[in-house]
Design a protein around this ligand. Structure first.
Ligand SMILES: [Zn+2]
Ligand SMILES: [Zn+2]
Length: 271
């Protein structure tokens, strides 16, 4: 059996050789790829993916418009969490859902570029909050119909890499999706909530009793999916539930100026 490092080197070598024969362009800026470390993206675009660092809700990580929100109350909660405290104890969302990360996630998820699973999981691992202390990892499940269409669950591929890094088991069968919800991206928060009610179920609840669980998903949009998953797990007797997502959709006025400026430069370079 090949050692993991040797295997990675071999895959990397094959990718470089393929690029020599069939030059590939960066999905974000169109530059021809050379010896770039991540598949489908040039080093400059990949390195421009920076974590969210502004003050955020102490429960759901929703960034605040003003840093003043946490000046005197460091554990300030956003109005959504105050009105309806979520079943998860803490959600961490690591990067803004903006190009080039957005391009990478879309390609990974909708065009089946699963070679991006490792580099995307590496981004998560490098930005992992130090306070994460859990017993097991559960990816947000896809409904079997959606799974058949897509052929893989992107959250499971990310969770698998995280599980290896954190040396914790990953269960892809404990939490299941029992109703095929409409695609969530086009719905309002209220419609999403209604759509997701009783969409999830726990199999073998005895395996989760008292366990600290980390839910993993690729994108945090309104948080309703994670809220429903966490509620289902807690009702089945799990211990505290935490959530980790690679990226988060945020209002443009909450995106730090530095990141917007970099995006504008990249877009103008493309023209
Ligand atoms: Zn690029
Ligand atoms: Zn919140």
């Amino acid at each position: 059996m090949l050692h993991a490092c040797t295997k990675d080197r071999l895959i990397d070598w094959c990718r470089q050789a393929l690029r020599f024969v069939l030059p590939v362009e960066c999905l974000s800026c169109g530059t021809e790829l050379g010896a770039d470390p991540a598949p489908c993206f040039c080093s400059i675009c990949w390195q421009s993916i920076r974590p969210l660092q502004q003050p955020a809700c102490a429960i759901c990580d929703q960034p605040f418009v003003s840093p003043a929100a946490t000046t005197f109350t460091p554990n300030h909660h956003c109005h959504h969490c105050q009105e309806r405290p979520p079943a998860f104890q803490r959600a961490w969302t690591l990067f803004p859902y903006l190009p080039p990360l957005k391009d990478a996630i879309c390609s990974f998820k909708y065009r089946g570029t699963y070679t991006l699973a490792k580099p995307l999981a590496r981004l998560m691992i490098d930005a992992l909050p130090s306070e994460i202390d859990i017993d097991m990892i559960i990816p947000v499940p896809l409904h079997p119909t959606r799974l058949r269409e897509r052929e893989f669950n992107q959250s499971l591929l990310l969770a698998d890499q995280l599980g290896r890094h954190l040396a914790r088991p990953v269960s892809a069968t404990s939490l299941v999706r029992i109703s095929a919800a409409d695609p969530q991206t086009t719905l309002t928060r209220q419609a999403r909530l209604k759509n997701l009610k009783k969409s999830f179920a726990v199999r073998r609840p005895q395996d989760l009793t008292g366990k600290r669980i980390l839910l993993v998903d690729d994108v945090f949009t309104t948080g309703t999916t994670l809220r429903e998953c966490a509620k289902t797990l807690r009702q089945a007797g799990s211990g505290p539930v935490f959530a980790l997502t690679l990226a988060r959709t945020i209002e443009t006025d909450l995106v730090p100026d530095r990141i917007l400026a970099e995006q504008t430069t990249q877009t103008s370079n493309k023209r």
